[in-house]
Design a protein around this ligand. Structure first.
Ligand code: FE
Ligand code: FE
Ligand code: MG
Length: 165
């Protein structure tokens, strides 16, 4: 990376790159979990749920792009194989083997809660030490908080709809 750009990072850069790669693995797995969940989803409010899952899938892919850009800026190598996503992930992968919308929403809410913790941790680590990574993590955290809220709102709407029938 640019010499001065690296010098201003007041952290162990290799350790930071390791954390960013773990988040990068999470984002790819989250992307696929949302994307494939949207393909198989069945049940009430399917249209609204599928639209939300696909929107989130696209956001997770964008997050992976933001992370890889920062990893490379810091002079690191991004994870190059899907096998390593499983080795490095914080939040794992929940197989959507039950395609009911409620099960999919519950799995993805769990994933978002894990993502919120991951970026909260990166923010605490980089605060006052690496403003560029800090800003990136803040931008991603804002999306993850919105994702959790969107999914929980859908679950609540489904519960209300269920009572009406
Ligand atoms: Fe994300
Ligand atoms: Fe998310
Ligand atoms: Mg949304």
């Amino acid at each position: 990376m640019g010499k001065r750009g690296r010098e201003i990072v007041k952290l162990d850069v290799d350790e930071l790159i390791g954390l960013l790669n773990k988040a990068f693995a999470d984002e790819w797995l989250a992307y696929y979990q949302y994307w494939v969940g949207a393909q198989v989803a069945v049940g009430p409010m399917r249209g609204a749920v599928v639209a939300e899952l696909m929107e989130h899938a696209n956001d997770e892919l964008r997050h992976a792009g933001m992370l890889v850009e920062r990893i490379i800026q810091l002079g690191g190598d991004p994870l190059l194989t899907p096998e390593t996503w499983y080795d490095e992930t914080n939040c794992g992968y929940e197989t959507p083997s039950d395609p009911s919308v409620k099960a999919l929403l519950d799995q993805n809410i769990k994933g978002e809660q894990c993502a919120i913790d991951v970026y909260d941790k990166i923010l605490k680590l980089t605060e006052g030490k690496d403003p560029v990574t800090y800003n990136m993590a803040l931008e991603i955290l804002e999306d993850e908080v919105e994702h959790e809220e969107d999914l929980q709102a859908l679950v609540e709407d489904m519960m209300i709809a269920k009572d009406l029938y």
